[in-house]
Ligand binder design. Structure first.
Ligand SMILES: [Zn+2]
Length: 174
């Protein structure tokens, strides 16, 4: 299972810092709240809070209940965290990350690389070859890089993520 901090960082990277604050607030209170109440509690602009809530609901992190205010006739939205859906969102997200890591590993495995010692730019063998093994930006002679370390890091990350996914799918299906 992901930790709360991992979940909050994920929300921040996917949607933004306001969404993180709003989600954290809903999580900590454990109750539904209107967008105005959230904005007041967090001292944020109602419009910013609303925008964050709509994005959060698009991803399935929160959902709302709509009630018509008898006096004004306007709708009031009450927001709450979608506890049931969050685990499946995280699983989908992790599978995406895993797929990208595997693609990256394949790229690292199927290419050899050169870099420019002056500006640090990295080139594939084909790019280096086309430029006569000199940097097209500064003309310096390109140096072969051993990417074993990168590959090693990728392999470890992939293995860890695969283990996590296996564990979590078991929990969800049991
Ligand atoms: Zn260069």
């Amino acid at each position: 299972m992901p930790t709360i901090d991992e979940l909050l960082s994920l929300i921040e990277s996917m949607i933004g810092p306001t969404a993180r604050k709003v989600f954290k607030y809903l999580m900590e209170t454990g109750e539904e709240a209107s967008d105005e109440a959230i904005a007041n509690a967090l001292e944020l602009k109602v419009n910013d809070v609303r925008r964050a809530l709509y994005s959060l609901s698009e991803y399935g992190f929160v959902s709302y209940r709509r009630v018509r205010d008898k006096n004004s006739g306007w709708y009031i939205y009450y927001w709450r965290i979608n506890v049931e859906d969050i685990n499946s969102i995280l699983l989908v997200r992790k599978r995406e990350i895993l797929r990208k890591l595997k693609e990256r590993l394949e790229y690292e495995e199927s290419n050899s690389f050169y870099y420019c010692p002056i500006d640090g730019t990295r080139y594939t063998f084909e790019e280096a070859f086309e430029n006569g093994f000199t940097c097209p930006r500064c003309g310096a002679e390109l140096v072969f890089i051993d990417n074993d370390r990168i590959k090693h890091v990728l392999v470890n990350k992939i293995r860890k993520l695969q283990e996590e996914l296996e564990r979590e799918s078991k929990i969800q299906s049991s």
